[in-house]
Design a protein around this ligand. Structure first.
Ligand SMILES: [Zn+2]
Length: 171
């Protein structure tokens, strides 16, 4: 399995902290001050890699609208987030073959939400999971170029979304 080292991705994405009011709105608007890490867009939702990945394959789904609470999601957005969560699991199963997932929202600073713009985390979990330090010090892990990671994700989402291939036939 090809894993990327999260800190490499972070360096690439966050060379300098972008000076924008909201990083997710900036991604939505394709603001040139931020690196484009979105991998899929539906009518009202965007899926992007996580800026500070907890694990390889950590992605987030967020609405175009800058809202802060899941109770503000309208019916259409709720439907889209559900169907994009399912697509994401298909994509991640194929790309990373994780053993499980954590899926959830952090709302409010005290709950660990560093970005107030509502976003759903999807975090793949692995057997014998390595912490960041372990990953960094393990020379057997193959470092993948973050641009390549983005490309693989974008292709996988496009294929799943188009219904061109079953999820397990991707890549
Ligand atoms: Zn925002």
């Amino acid at each position: 399995m090809h894993l990327f080292v999260p800190s490499k991705l972070e360096d690439y994405l966050l060379g300098e902290k972008p000076k924008v009011d909201c990083i997710l709105c900036a991604i939505r608007d394709r603001d040139e001050k931020v690196v484009q890490i979105d991998v899929y867009r539906s009518q009202d939702m965007i899926i992007s890699l996580n800026l500070y990945p907890y694990n390889p394959g950590h992605v987030m789904i967020f609405p175009n609208r800058h809202i802060k609470d899941i109770r503000e999601l309208n019916e259409e957005e709720t439907t889209q987030i559900q169907s994009l969560t399912i697509k994401t699991l298909d994509v991640l199963d194929r790309l990373y073959s994780p053993s499980g997932y954590n899926i959830g929202y952090n709302m409010g600073n005290i709950a660990g939400a560093s970005i107030e713009h509502l976003h759903l985390h999807i975090v793949p979990r692995y057997k014998n999971e390595l912490g960041f330090v372990d990953i960094l010090s393990n020379s057997k892990i193959i470092v993948e170029d973050p641009r390549k990671t983005l490309e693989r994700f974008r292709e996988a989402y496009a294929a799943v979304a188009a219904g061109l291939v079953p999820a397990n036939k991707l890549v």
